[in-house]
Design a protein around this ligand. Structure first.
Ligand code: FE
Ligand code: CA
Length: 529
């Protein structure tokens, strides 16, 4: 077995593309079929049960188009979804009214076995800034109806956009009760910032429900896990309410992985990339993503932009696929030489340059980085004489993080806001080039959304809260309750409502606003609402 250091060294060789890595890439690539392959298509399929048990979803809207998603799975917990090994025709229709009197677009997509009978329609030529309704038909079966919308045109200044920020929905640790309230929130959009599924074996985190099977590794395993999550009626329903913009974190593949480096010591990166290819493909199959995100072997383009007129530009980042390995063996550490190493990158050069270009060209009032791990440099040490930062989050990539915040400052990027998941707790952070220097100007605001269910019930006043706040003047709010953030954004103001669920361990929990914060356009100082 190679040591972690040897693996890293071998990956650094010639810009990271070693022969071994290339072989893995080529091998994984061969496992993905070509689209449009001329195999027989069954236009009148028969199913053992309702093929739309995973529901419908929409996502990645722009001013003229939106992705409509479904996946045929009459038996969701079977590796093949209970579908025969044949391609099936799926009709779709999009209407401007909920009774489908005015159909504005319609078509047929082919659901193929190699892509898990998933359907990703890009409905195009639509009017900007309006709501639509959609549904699918396969054989005799009709799907539930979904509701979706397009974004305003690039040159419009909309009066408002309202969205939720959610992440971390471990099914074993809690019920998805918060989605009940979210469905009532009259949202334009939902951001899911990762840990949509967890890869662990049945019972590991078991509190309220149990995963099916062992730790997931094969494509069939990942498909079944996604199906199990998507069978939850509250999650399933929330996807039908409005479009989602999704990105993954680590658990969609493996806890705390970094590019081709597995969480566990001594896993061959080639072997890991095969697993990653399985996780990425199942993620694509189950999410309302554009075909530009179709995976190619162990690689998948997930970072992308979305512009809500001149009100907000959203840059959805991928901090997992391209990152260098966590420094200090991924153990909470001071901001030492390894954490501040300029070679450390969490975005990778290509994504970072893309982000810089998008930020420079943006004409939007609010510039939003929707991403996974906490950017605030927060000292989490409990003992008085210790200083420790998470190496899996931006502090492990502190030099790059400071470079990015300095860029936001120097280029005077309009109202930067960072949205974050991963950490199973709520935070409001002031972001400076170096958050330890309280006197330095505030550059951005970070809103970290707690988990929807992961970790079970939490606390409004966690132990050591006072000490945490006094050690970290950049932290303006923190608790460990379950819930999500509801954001209402206008040209003048950003309001973030921290939504809290009373109980995720039994049905009947209620969700309400715990705390609200505002940022005025032109002033990065966050205040209590
Ligand atoms: Fe998580
Ligand atoms: Ca995570």
């Amino acid at each position: 077995m190679l040591t972690r250091k040897q693996i890293q060294d071998s990956l650094r060789y010639e810009g990271g593309l070693t022969r071994r890595w290339f072989m893995a890439y080529a091998g994984a690539l061969a496992s993905i079929p070509l689209l449009g392959q001329s195999n027989r298509v069954n236009a009148a399929p028969r199913f053992s049960d309702n093929p739309f048990r995973l529901g419908v979803a929409s996502g990645d809207p722009d001013a003229n188009s939106v992705v409509l998603w479904t996946r045929l799975a009459p038996e969701p917990l079977a590796p093949d979804g209970g579908m025969p090994n044949e391609s099936v025709a799926v009709q779709w229709e999009l209407a401007s009214d909920d009774s489908f009197q005015k159909i504005v677009a319609t078509g047929t997509e082919i659901a193929t076995p190699p892509l898990g009978h998933s359907v990703h329609v890009e409905a195009k030529g639509l009017e900007s800034d309006r709501w639509y309704w959609y549904r699918f038909r396969a054989g005799d079966a009709t799907s539930p109806i979904g509701r979706t919308r397009t974004f305003p045109a690039m040159d419009q200044l909309p009066q408002q956009v309202k969205f939720a920020v959610t992440s971390c929905q471990n099914l074993e640790q809690g019920l998805f009760t918060a989605y009940e309230q979210m469905a009532q929130d009259d949202l334009d959009l939902v951001f899911h910032l990762g840990d949509y599924i967890y890869e662990y074996e049945a019972g590991r985190n078991g509190k309220v429900r149990t995963h099916v099977g062992a730790e997931i590794k094969s494509l069939g395993d990942y498909r079944v896990r996604h199906s199990q999550y998507r069978s939850d009626p509250l999650l399933h329903n929330m996807h039908a309410v409005c479009p989602w913009l999704v990105t993954w974190d680590d658990h969609e593949v493996d806890n705390n992985y970094a590019d081709s480096v597995s969480e566990e010591q001594g896993i061959d990166p080639v072997e890991f990339l095969y697993r990653r290819a399985n996780g990425y493909q199942a993620y694509y199959e189950n999410m309302p993503l554009r075909k530009s995100s179709l995976p190619s072997g162990s690689e998948m383009q997930l970072y992308r932009g979305a512009t809500f007129g001149r009100l907000a530009q959203f840059l959805v980042l991928d901090t997992r696929q391209y990152r260098s390995d966590q420094p200090n063996n991924d153990k909470a550490s001071p901001l030492n030489e390894a954490a501040l190493d300029r070679q450390q990158s969490i975005l990778g050069k290509i994504q970072k340059n893309w982000m810089y270009r998008e930020l420079i060209q943006s004409t939007s009032t609010w510039n939003v980085l929707a991403q996974q791990v906490m950017m605030g440099l927060v000292n989490r040490a409990k003992a008085a004489d210790k200083v420790t930062y998470s190496m899996d989050q931006w502090p492990g990539y502190a030099a790059e993080r400071m470079e990015i915040v300095r860029f936001l400052q120097d280029r005077q990027i309009s109202n930067p806001v960072v949205l974050t998941g991963d950490i199973h707790s709520n935070w409001v952070n002031e972001i400076r080039v170096d958050d330890r220097q309280v006197e330095a100007p505030i550059v951005a605001t970070e809103f970290v959304a707690t988990s929807l269910s992961s970790g079970g019930n939490g606390l409004a006043q966690p132990d050591g809260l006072d000490k945490l706040l006094s050690n970290n003047p950049c932290v303006k709010f923190h608790n460990t309750e379950r819930g999500y953030i509801r954001c209402t954004v206008t040209p003048k103001q950003w309001q973030a409502d921290y939504m809290s669920v009373s109980d995720v361990l039994q049905p009947g929990g209620t969700t309400s606003v715990r705390s609200s914060f505002v940022v005025e356009a032109g002033d990065p100082q966050v205040k209590n609402a």
